[in-house]
Every structure is written in C-alpha cells, then in structure tokens.
Write a protein that binds this ligand. Sequence first.
Ligand code: PFF
Length: 451
Amino acid sequence: MEKQRGSFTNKLGFVLAAAGSAVGLGNLWRFPYLAAKYGGGIFLLVYLVLAVSFGFALMVTEIAIGRKTRLSAVGAYASLNKKFGFLGYLSCLVPFIITPYYCVIGGWVLKYFTVFVTNQVSSAASDDFFTGFITQAAAPVIFFAVYAAATALVVMMGVEKGIEKASRIMMPLLIVMTVIIAVFGLMQPGAVEGVRYYLMPDFSRFSATTVLAAMGQLFYSMSLAMGIMITYGSYMKKDANLEKSVRQIELFDTGIAFMAGLMIIPAVFAFSGGSEEALGKGPSLMFITLPKVFNSMQFGTAVGAVFFLLVLFAALTSSISLTETLVSILMDKLGWKRRKASIVVFVYLLAVGIPVSLGFGIWDFIAPMGMSLLDFFDFISNSVLMPIVAFLTCIFIGYVVKPETVIEEVELNGKFRIQKFYTIMIKYLAPVCLVAILIFAVMEAMGAISV
Ligand code: PFF
C-alpha cells in the first residue's frame, strides 16, 4: 500500500524539516518550567547528558528504522518483525494523547498574542492575570477551539508545506528574538542569581524525579518514542549522513531549549524573586514571567506581540505535524479520505481538549491522581507511555533484529563512529534505566514514595 515515497531534495532539507517538527512548545514552554522546578543547573546537566547519550541513540534508531523500511511507524515495526507490529500502534497512541492538550496551550499563546496586539501588556504583567484567564469557562475554550480549527484546516487542505516554508523565516527570527529578550532580562537587577541557578548544578537537588522529568522532556522535545522520527526517516535519502543529521537536529533543538531557559529563569529571579513558589509554577511559568519582562521594556508591547506571534508559529508547525500524523493514521488504516479524517480528528481534539481546558476552572474537581487534567495527560504520555515505547524499542533492536541492522543502515554513508557505545546503550544501559524510571514514575504517581 506504500506508494512511491518522496524524499527530501537536499540534505539540509531533512535536518530542517525534522528540526521544525522538534522545535515547538516543548522547547519554549515546557523546558524552562521543568528546569525552573527541578533545580535549574542540575536539571540542565542531566538533560544534556541524556540528550547526547540516550536521546542520540534513540533518534539514530528511529530514523534508521524509517529509512530502512521506507514505512511509517505502524508498518515499519511490523515489516522488521511481525510480532512487534503492536509497538507501532503503541507509539501512535502518544500523539493521540499529546495533540489535544498541545492545542490548549496553543490557545493560550494565541490569547497572549491578542493581549499584546491590543496593548494590555500592563494587566498581563500582573500576578493573577494568567490564572484569571485559564480558570474562566468560555474564553480559554474559545481560544483553544480557534487554534485547533486553524491546525485542522491546514491539515485538511494539505497545505502544510506553505506553513513550513513560512516557518523557515519565522524560526530564525524566533531565535533572534529569544536572544534579545534573554539579554534584556539578564541586565535586570537580580537576574545574575537566576543565571547561577540555571547554570551551576546543585548536586544536592539530584533525585530520580530529576531524571524522570528530564527523560520525559527529552522524548517530548525531540519528538521521540512516538513514531514521528520513523516517518521522517522514511523520507530521508540513502546518501545523507544519518549520524551527522541526528547531531545537527539535537544541537538545534537543545540550543533553542537552552536559550528559552536563559530567557525565562533569570527573569523569574529578577521579577518574581526566585522563590521556590515562583520557580515551581509549572505550565504557567512562561505566561506569568514573560509579560513582566515585556512590561518593563521599552517598546515592550511591540516586542511582546512579535514574540508571541513567533511562538504561535513554532507551536502551529508542531501541532500541524502532530495532527497530520493522526489524520494519516486514520487515512491509512481505515481508508478514509483526508477531509473526513481531518474532521473526525478535529472533533476528537475538541472532545478531549475542552475538558482539559475546563480542568483549570469549573471542572477542577476532575483531578486524576491529584493532577490537573493537562498534567495528567502530560504524565501519561511523557512519563509512562514514552518510556514503555522506548524500552520496547531497545529490546526489539537490541535482541530481536539486533543492533547491526541499525548500524548497517547508518553506515550506508560513512563510518558510524560510536557504534560500540550505541550497542551498549541499546542493549544494556537504556533498557535498565528505563525500567528503573518507569517503576519510579508509577510509584511516585501512586504516592507510594515521597520525594
Ligand atoms: N517536539 C515538539 C515540541 O517540542 O514542541 C512536539 C512535537 C511536535 C511532537 C511534532 C511531535 C510532533 F510530531
């Protein structure tokens, strides 16, 4: 059923497309709040170590599987070994969980864009503005629905390419803006303390939770353990250097996350005092901190408007590629037309996203395992499902199809420089760590241990 597959026309095209999918709210919104919450420097350090070891091995694996089989996740695992076809399905579950709440946050970004365009920066800078907004019933749902509709419409019309082209201009601009805002924030009194917090690891803050949070973030940010990179790999040319491409994608993705942290964490110290409470805000951190920065900036309204527009773009490219994944699963598996599949996915997004949005306000009594609905979905995908998919992938590659399968694919062009390390990682290190982490995640969620 696979038709002739198109390929990325040039080598940089592949890296840019994969990086475009990887860079999104994960880098700008999720990474800074986790780093702030889990001890700053120690989180950053753990994240970096995991990115170059575990993240690298997993991304090489997924792209190699895709390029070798020329299939997306569901077909790819099955074609390597019939018994492991279920793993393809399991990985496809992840985007179904992530996409609705991703669009809820997309709606928040859209709201903040309108706030800045209509010059309400000073009220947005007050402490309660964000909470006041998300606890309402109608407004956040409307912003979410508009955002989700825009995403679904682009997918239905099949015009993602245009959006991706535009994002090639927007993305570099976003980086420039992030640097400018970070530099401005760093010049504020009190910010240096934040830089220290962010860059100097405090080893007494190290715990299993740090590793769990960093690992979940790694999957999320690099679009791993959800079948996405397999699909990207299936479009990659055989003569492109796989190892080098993975390095470039990782560098890009991690670089942007690092800058986002530098933009937000010192600002929390400068504008909110850097208390445990201010740092532990979770999903709301970016929305509380940045308006304060813009409010104290000359031309802050304009800078804020442009900034949120760029974040909106980065978020849209990601939610579009997530939604496209859902739509193409329905098209492939049920034989539906694009139009029908897009409409059904849109209805699904509403059905799950609306409760997530209301979960901060009138439906806040729905608190599975004591979490908000958004945190709950985030936990299920990033701390449970993705480690399971990653673990099974390691077992599959390490012991069923053997690491040589991946190594051969990587070596189609050039030597795989760290293949020994790769083999050890996939066969022993990663599976052991993943099991430990998974057990810990579940125990922690059950409240069986306290940290
Ligand atoms: N990696 C994206 C982020 O960090 O925001 C999220 C994502 C986008 C995951 C697209 C998967 C995907 F297909």
